[in-house]
Design a protein around this ligand. Sequence first.
Ligand code: ADP
Ligand code: TPW
Length: 577
Amino acid sequence: MGNMNEAPAATENESATTDGFHLVIDALKLNGITTIYGLPGIPITDLTRKAQAAGMRVISFRHEQNAGNAAAIAGFITQKPGICLTVSAPGFLNGLTALANATTNCFPMILISGSSEREIVDLQQGDYEEMDQLAIAKPLCKAAFRVLHAQDIGVGVARAIRSAVSGRPGGVYLDLPAKLFGQAMDAIAGKNSLIKVVDPAPRQIPAPDSVKRALDLLKGAKRPLILLGKGAAYAQADADIKALVEKSGIPYLPMSMAKGLLPDTHPQSAAAARSYVLAEADVVMLVGARLNWLLSHGKGKTWGAAGGKQFIQIDISPTEIDSNVAIAAPVIGDIGSCVAALLEGMGASFPKPPAEWTGAIGERRDKNLSKMAETLTKDPSPMNFHSALNVVRDIVKANPDAMLVNEGANALDFTRSIVDMYKPRKRLDVGTWGIMGIGMGFAVAAAIETNLPVIAIEGDSAFGFSGMEVETICRYNLPVCVVIFNNNGVYGGKDVNPTGHADAAPTVFVKGARYDKLIEAFGGVGVHATNPAELRKAMEEAIRSRKPTLINAVIDEGAGTESGRITSLNPQAAKKK
Ligand code: ADP
Ligand code: TPW
């Protein structure tokens, strides 16, 4: 006999409620976010399961930092905030490096972390993984929010999305206490509480007088130069940027992640005459690039002794202007709108730069390129960076759609200068901080977001920071080809312990390590390559087969220099040189 007081079996009533888990998932999906990069555990394990059940892609990592880096670079590639999901305290902290790095690099991402209960945290009563995460995240990101009630999830997610992608993009933290997930609410009310963000990154049209000021300055220049930064790559205004460069006839330099915005083989590229143009230019137009350390702060020897340079700066952030040197003509707006306005203002008869300037650049460029070509043809044994990168250069040329991830010191600097890029947003690297550890996270996201083959050129030290994610690459069967430039240590492997003690020198690793065996543990393809022919064959096969591959490329342990190209920032090493 049924008891009338018994809880009813699944009825309409039950299906008419929703909860925190589902509201988070629905809020993300409503805003076109379909992938979560994360790592499960209390209190978000069920969120990962339910998200997958709801049709989202949930990419599970082995360490949150790598999930965070994946989310950040997904944001850079897609202009949608990449989502990183972590557990509380330790998982949250593991994700923070990536969140801070995203903010520093202007990549939109949202770190969502489960957290302990406010009542216990605030009284410091020692909850499981207790930590005041919101307070800790705040100084490291653009914005930070906490949601306490299920009915506020829609607002919380909407605010997080807007904060990440509007204006200068960056990292956002969203704190979701464990209790929130189980909170039930009426399904219709829940649905109505969600917000589909309208125009999340509104265009910002530059003021017409700022555009005119910039054009007047450019017109009067004798030695103009355009500098394209990763902000220009992010903006996805590729056709207009190309038109601006070509219509003006002005030589340009791409910053590292702006390589390929125009093909590196473009006749106006001054990359092979970089120091000459930086020193000699009289008017420099920055397009989505900051005058930070990567550009010697816009002053000093790099920029020529004479001084008197004038800058035009296109940026979405008005407070970036004058950050290092005076900017004569700021143009504030989104790059798409600014470049379009400049193009329009140029009209049909914009003067081309003087031939003495473009001619002098051309001469230096040709000389440097032929010197480089000569170096690249040498075939020393063991390989050096040049002979190995000559192979990578050919492979990328033959596969211009492939995504290239790059980290290390020498492995980074030589790859940047030797491997030409042909298409926008293909080169993903250590960015503004020169951070090691982005490699495998970036590689996973590049594959997931684009489905294109990914080549990761990694210093052996750099690889170690995220190396365990080769399991992730194998698990999702991603078309990633990791090439480790193995020179037995940080910068190289030649240091010795001066005391004669058995401990290795601090920069030296196990000699002759076989990183290729690592991926074999997970069913991937491992290759040990000791010469350019073996490297070429293995890379070609990896791209053809799309199988997870790790190539251990043996490089002369004495081939690099300490700190690569930034030895000058390392006074001790500079003295040794
Ligand atoms: P790089 O390292 O390549 O020199 P930075 O990261 O230093 O580039 O600079 C990127 C700049 O681009 C930042 O100042 C940022 O505010 C700006 N930016 C990013 N996205 C946009 C955009 N859509 N429109 C205008 N400026 C942008
Ligand atoms: C998070 C300092 C800069 S470059 C580098 C380190 C440790 C590794 C260089 O050796 P690698 O490359 O990768 O083998 P190569 O080609 O020169 O041999 N911790 C972090 N970020 C940085 N930048 C460092 C340490 C560093």
